[in-house]
Design a binder for this molecule. Structure first.
Ligand code: ADP
Length: 693
């Protein structure tokens, strides 16, 4: 039988010829990804097959100082041991040697270089003799059509003629080496492209530095993050660029910095700071890695700017705090509403009774004491009111309002705190009335906020502490200002103090809502609010509001008081409150009838006809609004002469606003002072006279 299986060239032939060796080498070079490693075995295989003493792959490299022919791979037979290694030949030698130039030219043309040392001349002859080369054969290796190097075979023992088969083998192997190099170059080219695309597209800043701290790579994201152009920072030291100035001290250069401060950062993701071209230091997340290439060490840093992330985190925290504050405020709101409701009735009695005591006391001492009690109780009432309006601002109700009154009211609520901590208050109020159209509760709230802030600011100060309050007229606007000689407002927070929940005060002291509420109130009134520095130190908050015309001011000043109100009907389940109101009305020449248990409109109206009705809003089993309805059905004229008395202004407001505008009663808030009762009478008076005209 004939064996048809062809012998395997790799294994079956013990002593291959040059062409068999060439076939093996070509196959291996085609299969490998690493031609360089394959070369050592290829040279040995070729050398053995051809029975030569040396096989060499030279490489023609272009260096800055010119090209050079260096040795890439080299095999020598053991019999050759001790002979000189192949020579690295620089361009300068080749350029001065006519023979070598000819060899180079013919090599470029693809001609094989073969012969005997004895027959050649110049540098090569000496060189070959030194290396004991007797006969040589070499073929040019081309890569992408350019001379890349040569594959050389030397017989170092005998002069010999190379067979055609040997020449063909050397030429084929040279071709195969060329294609293997080409292939690996295109592979490395692809991975180079991928790498550089990564670098270009990365959203993270990528910076590569060498062991001396010089920047060798700086990608577009890094350019954007740091504000440096790549070309400007390549070759610059790490220390002179992105390391914050205050970390530079004590380091000679970037290499030294990396070796000491940088080393612990390697291989970890960590948060640190960096500095941009403008000198701003900002937080970053850094992942640094060491890359070894031959005997070089590079450091690769991947950098993320944390500023936006931090801002987002801060915003989330702020919102969480805000939510928390809102919940706290809501809880405080209902608590305070309940407390104020309970407090207002007894306070109403204290205010009214002390007013009467003051009015009728025979001796001056009692008069003075009664006045003190009244003032204190009124302050209690205002504090309760201001707490309530701070928690839940009622809807704005516009009326002609005197800024002087407002400032005085705000001072009353806050002045005690100021005086008790030794702060002097100077009030410089414009003469007469400074009229604006507005909601007096709300504007008082604004002034009170400024006063409280001024006191807080002064609490941190030593020396003379002063608050100046001023009202003024200025062309089309009227306004007031509150100034302190505290620390003033630092530049860094100026843009933020009007933001909701922005506070520099400790938890429990500041809520951060004072100024933001104040601004929204002033803007709702079409006014302006701002602050100024007070030299040498301190802050001044100023509010201006559209002024009412002088005619309106005069009209307000000339308002008649309760001229035609003579009789009042008071409906209140608390006899003390009813009695106190009756007492105050008495002072104003108004006689009252009191009903403490409501039965019906008919019964209540059985006595003398009232000019005005005061009814408590909430009584057991009966509401002031129901009484209002019943009474006005029977006596429509009373619709304009009805006053609801309430300690729960916020709750009342909603119910009253549900009524048609012409049916809405006036409101007297508990605790009421003589002044409050007088204003209600004036309002009823206006309403009635407007209704007539
Ligand atoms: P709060 O008083 O609860 O902090 P505000 O909105 O009223 O809230 O004030 C916000 C911040 O504005 C204060 O925390 C403080 O830093 C600053 N500020 C307000 N008024 C003054 C002032 N007169 N002097 C100095 N800083 C002030």
């Amino acid at each position: 039988m004939i064996d048809t299986t062809p012998p395997s060239i790799d294994t079956d032939i013990a002593e291959p010829t040059a062409s068999v060796a060439a076939a093996r080498i070509v196959r291996r070079l085609r299969e490998t990804n690493d031609w360089r490693r394959e070369l050592d075995e290829a040279l040995e295989l070729l050398g053995t097959a051809m029975s030569v003493h040396r096989t060499i792959v030279f490489r023609l490299e272009t260096l800055p100082e010119g090209f050079v022919q260096s040795v890439v791979a080299y095999w020598a037979d053991e019999t050759y041991a001790g002979g000189a290694a192949p020579t690295v030949i620089p361009e300068s030698v080749i350029r001065e040697d006519a023979f070598m130039q000819r060899v180079a030219r013919e090599g470029r043309q693809g001609k094989m270089f073969a012969g005997l040392t004895r027959e050649i001349e110049g540098f090569l002859r000496e060189d070959f003799e030194r290396q004991k080369v007797k006969a040589f054969l070499s073929a040019t290796i081309f890569v992408h059509g350019h001379v890349w190097g040569t594959l050389a075979v030397n017989d170092c023992v005998a002069e010999r003629e190379w067979t055609l088969d040997e020449k063909a083998a050397v030429e084929i192997i040279a071709l195969a080496i060329g294609s293997a190099v080409e292939r690996s170059q295109s592979e490395s080219h692809v991975s180079d492209i991928i790498r550089s695309a990564f670098l270009q597209a990365s959203l993270d800043g990528v910076i590569v530095i060498d062991e001396t701290g010089k920047i060798v790579e700086f990608n577009p994201a890094a350019e954007k993050m740091f504000g440096y152009q790549r070309a400007d920072v390549i070759g610059k030291d790490l220390l002179d660029t992105i390391v914050p100035t205050y970390y530079r001290a004590g380091h000679v250069d970037g290499g030294d910095y990396m070796a000491r401060r940088g080393r612990p950062m390697l291989g970890r993701r960590m948060e640190t700071v960096s500095q941009n071209a403008a000198g701003e230091v900002f937080p970053i997340e850094l992942t640094a890695n060491e890359v070894r290439i031959g005997d070089r060490t590079l450091f690769l840093g991947s950098i993320r700017d944390l500023r936006e992330k931090r801002l987002a985190e801060d915003e989330i925290n702020r919102q969480r705090d805000r939510l928390h504050q809102n919940e706290k405020m809501a809880a405080m709101g209902s608590l305070l509403a309940g407390v104020s409701h309970e407090l207002n009735n007894p306070l109403a009695v204290v205010v009214a009774q002390s007013t009467l005591l003051h009015e009728f006391a025979g001796d001056p001492q009692t008069k003075a004491r009664a006045e003190k009690v009244r003032a204190a109780a009124e302050r209690c009432g205002r504090i309760v009111k201001s707490f309530l309006s701070m928690v839940r601002l009622h809807a704005t109700t516009y009326a002609e309002t005197d800024l002087n009154q407002i400032v005085r009211a705000a001072l009353e609520v806050t002045a005690y705190g100021a005086r008790s901590s030794g702060i002097g208050i100077e009030a410089d109020l414009a003469p007469g009335m400074v009229m604006v159209m507005g909601d007096s509760d709300h504007i008082t709230q604004v002034a009170a906020n400024f006063l409280v802030n001024a006191q807080h600011a002064l609490n941190t100060q030593s020396g003379e502490r002063r608050i100046k309050v001023r009202t003024f007229r200025d062309g089309d606007v009227n306004g007031f200002s509150i100034e302190d000689n505290g620390p003033g407002i630092p530049k860094s927070i100026r843009d933020r103090i009007f933001e909701s929940y922005f506070t520099t005060k400790p938890a429990g002291v500041g809520t951060g809502i004072g100024l933001s509420i104040s601004r929204s109130i002033v803007e709702r009134h079409k006014g302006k609010v701002w602050f100024e520095d007070v030299p040498p130190n301190g802050a001044r908050f100023i509010v201006t509001l559209p002024a009412l015309t002088h005619a309106a001011e005069a009209e307000v000043a000339a308002k008649p008081e309760a001229a035609d109100i003579r009789r009042a009907l008071i409906i209140d389940d608390e006899p003390d409150v009813a009695g106190s109101l009756a007492d105050i009305l008495e002072l104003m020449g108004v006689k009252s009838t009191t009903v403490t248990a409501w039965t019906s409109a008919a019964e209540s109206l059985s006595g003398p006809e009232p000019d005005i009705v005061f009814s408590d809003l909430r009584m057991p089993g009966m509401s002031g609004l129901a009484i209002h309805r019943e009474l006005t059905e029977r006596r429509p004229a009373l619709a304009r002469r009805f006053v609801l008395v309430t300690g729960d202004m916020i709750g009342a407001r909603a119910e009253i606003e549900a009524l048609a505008p012409h049916l809405r009663p006036q409101v007297l808030e508990k605790p009421f002072s003589t002044l409050d009762v007088r204003s209600v009478l004036a309002a009823i008076n206006d309403q009635v006279s407007l209704g007539r005209s």
